[in-house]
Design a protein. Structure first.
Length: 395
């Protein structure tokens, strides 16, 4: 069992729940820190994590708390252990918060960083900066442009490509729900107005790529070691014509056609930007076999727990390497190829008639892992089903 403490900081939901379970299943009870927004949806995201039997130690910070108070709590309450704890962030806002204080926190914690400097990761949370650096490193990216809002009289819409995608420039200050696909200039004008109304000051306009499928790469970097056990191919584009990660196929890197791209991306993360921590890359496989980087996330992902039938526990292995333990003792015998599903998401698709009920049930039956169900830790699933579940008593 690990003799260093683990701190998981995030905003609740299945990402923080999954990472909590990774450690709980290895007999490690992490300390949960919630940076919570004051609304009903955010409260539910926190409560679903607290329903887990592993949620025994936690602290909830509400919207109006100043970030310096969270840092003081970490330093004064959790940072005085005999052995340095490890901080894992599960949302972009938490990544940004921790990265602003890297040099101060690194005295008492192991944590995600770029070259050991405060602000290093924040620089790459700006998607445009990541794309520029990746392109210079020899990785293909879609043509990208920064649009300043509100638009001024000099803006010439015809100078930009359509179809295109509009998205928030900074990961920590944007929402996936705000992303817009624009097929023509009328839709582009509408999309720009939407972002103006949402009071974005800058957004990213990207050339739309007609790809074959999207896939993600989940891994970690620590002490010069880079590990990516497998990739996840998202399957709904072929099935229903729209892309999402609700149903995917896990394939071990050693067996996948994307392995050369995975190797290049790992070199980029380690040597190109000097990153250390857990990461998730998203990329497009084109019809001609070329691959384009779509996005980088400098944290764990909400699919990490769905990947454990592979026998790999990404966050646990990362922490083990950081504290000088052998990572293999935290691995289990697993599968090189399996399916996984976000159950509630595919059921919603069926209810909206975007997916047949037969297909939704087939995907659930085919799958080896799920976002809320875990053997031996059933309460988060019962909470999602609306049953009255009390949160674990924390300290």
């Amino acid at each position: 069992m690990m003799n260093h403490d683990v701190v998981i900081i995030g905003d609740g939901g299945r990402n923080q729940l999954g990472i909590l379970r990774e450690f709980g299943e290895h007999g490690v009870i992490p300390y949960l820190v919630f940076a919570e927004r004051d609304n009903a949806e955010q409260k539910r995201k926190t409560e679903v994590v607290l329903a887990s039997k592993y949620a025994k130690r936690y602290k909830v910070f509400h919207k109006n708390i100043k970030e310096k108070h969270i840092i003081e709590f970490l330093m004064d309450s959790l940072g005085n252990a005999d052995r340095k704890p490890v901080i894992i962030s599960t949302c972009d806002a938490a990544v940004e918060l921790i990265d602003r204080y890297v040099e101060q926190l690194s005295e008492k914690f192991y944590l995600t960083n770029c070259q050991g400097k405060s602000g290093g990761v924040i620089y790459y949370l700006d998607k445009y900066n990541t794309f520029k650096k990746a392109k210079d490193f020899g990785i293909k990216v879609a043509d990208s442009y920064v649009i300043t809002l509100p638009l001024n009289s000099d803006f010439i819409i015809s100078e930009y490509p359509v179809p295109c995608i509009l998205k928030p420039r900074e990961s920590a200050n944007g929402r996936k729900a705000d992303i817009e696909i624009c097929n023509d200039y009328i839709q582009l004008r509408k999309g720009l107005r939407k972002f103006e109304k949402l009071q974005y000051s800058e957004i990213l306009l990207q050339q739309y790529l007609d790809y074959e499928y999207e896939f993600s790469i989940h891994g970690w970097i620590a002490n010069g070691h880079v590990v990516v056990p497998g990739i996840c191919r998202y399957l709904h584009k072929k099935i229903i014509g729209t892309n999402d990660y609700m149903f995917f196929q896990y394939i071990a890197v050693k067996n996948c056609r994307e392995k050369n791209f995975v190797r290049k991306l790992c070199e980029f993360m380690k040597d190109g930007i000097g990153y250390e921590g857990c990461f998730v890359g998203e990329a497009f496989m084109m019809g001609d076999g070329s691959i384009y980087l779509n996005e980088m996330n400098y944290r764990t992902c909400d699919l990490s727990y769905n990947e454990i039938p592979s026998g790999h526990y990404i966050a646990v292995e990362y922490v083990a390497d950081q504290i000088g333990e052998e990572t293999k003792k935290y691995q289990k015998r697993g599968k090189d190829n399996f399916y996984s599903v976000l159950t509630f998401a595919v059921i919603r698709l069926a209810l909206k008639r975007k997916l047949t009920l037969f297909r939704a049930l087939k995907e659930i039956i085919m799958s080896s892992s799920f976002e809320y169900y875990a053997k031996g830790d059933i309460k988060p699933l019962l909470y999602k089903l609306g049953l009255p579940i009390k949160a674990s008593k924390g300290c």
